[in-house]
Design a protein around this ligand. Structure first.
Ligand code: PLP
Length: 394
């Protein structure tokens, strides 16, 4: 018999270091308020930036899609064929991102695993920001390309690495970065990265999971924000954050998308999105193409919250987006802070290693467009109370 006590021991270790993750069970849908363990709490955790996860228009689209297309797609698209709404979603995503074509995958995580090892391999070089998302790191692990990890958002270090690589004769070079870094809310210096890429003849790939629905015109993302259309080769996105559903996608040139359809393994060997997910995602894109009003509300809420928190003396890092890290550094303090907030009616999870580096524990507050001013004031009041109790602020 396998000795399972090795796992129990590891779990005990995690608990003693304050790194054990407790998962809350919700008794209703995602929204600004949640019901957890019979208690009503204000939600400051989800990536549901625009409130789409429980938006009536998306729900209606999903229900109608189930009526029309059933619940499952049957098999992979190359074998069982693809639904017409699958193609409609891809067309809408391409239009939204202002590129030629798009292709969705089952999640954003899988999209990185699909794209990176398909376009990069032995004899190639990949340049990756040290704080890139786990799905990018795992995508890179699936390749035999030579890896250059550059310091976070450090253009000089990236340049030095490109210079170093130019002494070798690589077939292809790819620079890959998160657009918005999910734990700190800072932006990749994309204009400078693109300039370097052009100089050193490298492709650029940006993972815009926290940028779309947030940055650019009506949430078109970081490429639109910096007006870099046509100069970024590959945009990866997720349907699971601002779009409120589940899924991921890649957007770019038609040749790239066609090639991924022939060669990427999650496309060839894994069943695509269900009709309900597809139709709901399509509806989210349609709402954003109609109006940027929700995105505007998101930014107003985020600015208000951040200003008030800074006035109170909280350290909110160097976020440039609605992601608001409340820096506490110590993992145990962060866990304690989160627990006390919960008692006060606030759901805001502590985040520690390995999601963020050791010694950089925090509470990551996610502001959404559907929080009201009263919601935000309630949150600020409770943060102040717990912050004083735990001597984080005066
Ligand atoms: C959240 C996230 C993903 C994963 O997206 P899912 O759709 O949840 O799988 C990928 N990349 C980045 C940068 C992310 O923040």
């Amino acid at each position: 018999m396998f000795d399972y006590s090795v796992f129990s021991k590891e779990l005990e270790d995690l608990k003693s270091q304050g790194l054990y993750i407790y998962i809350r069970t919700l008794e209703g849908p995602q929204g600004s308020w949640l019901e957890i363990e019979g208690k009503k709490v204000l939600n400051l955790c989800s990536n549901n930036y625009l409130g789409f996860a429980n938006e009536p228009r998306l729900k209606k689209a999903a229900i109608e899609a189930i009526e029309k297309w059933g619940v499952g797609p049957g098999a992979v698209r190359t074998i069982a064929g693809t639904l017409k709404i699958h193609e409609e979603l891809e067309k809408a995503l391409a239009e939204f991102k202002r590129v030629e074509a798009a292709l969705f995958f089952q999640t954003g995580f899988i999209t990185n695993q699909a794209v990176i090892p398909t376009i990069i391999g032995e004899g190639d070089a990949i340049f990756s920001d040290e704080l890139n998302h786990a799905s990018i790191i795992d995508g890179i692990r699936l390749t035999k390309a030579k890896r250059y990890i550059y310091k976070h958002c450090d253009i000089d270090d990236l340049k030095a690495k490109l210079e170093e690589a130019s002494k070798e004769n690589f077939r292809r070079k790819l620079i890959v970065t998160d657009g918005v870094f999910s734990m700190d809310g800072d932006l990749a210096p994309l204009p400078e990265i693109v300039e370097l890429a052009e100089k050193y003849d490298a492709m650029v790939m940006v993972d815009d999971a926290h940028g779309e629905g947030v940055l650019g015109e009506a949430g078109r993302g970081i490429v639109d924000h910096f007006k870099l259309h046509g100069r970024v080769d590959i945009e990866v996105g997720t349907l699971s954050k601002a779009f409120g559903v589940v899924g991921g996608y890649v957007a770019g040139r038609k040749e790239l998308i066609d090639y991924l359809k022939q060669r990427s393994r999650p496309f060839l060997f894994s069943t695509p999105l269900s009709p309900a997910d597809t139709a709901a995602s399509l509806e989210a894109v349609k709402i954003l193409m109609e109006s940027g009003e929700r995105v505007e509300r998101l930014w107003n809420n985020a600015k208000y919250f951040k200003e008030k928190m800074n006035e109170l003396g909280f350290d909110t890092g160097h976020s440039e987006t609605p992601i608001t890290p409340v820096m506490l550094y110590d993992a145990k303090l962060a866990t304690e802070f989160s627990k006390k907030l919960f008692e006060e009616g606030i759901f805001a999870q502590a985040i520690g290693y390995p999601t963020v580096p050791k010694g950089k524990a925090r509470i990551r507050v996610m502001i959404s467009a559907v929080h009201t001013k009263e919601d935000l004031d309630f949150a600020i009041e409770k943060f102040a109370k717990v912050g004083r109790e735990l001597n984080v602020i005066k």
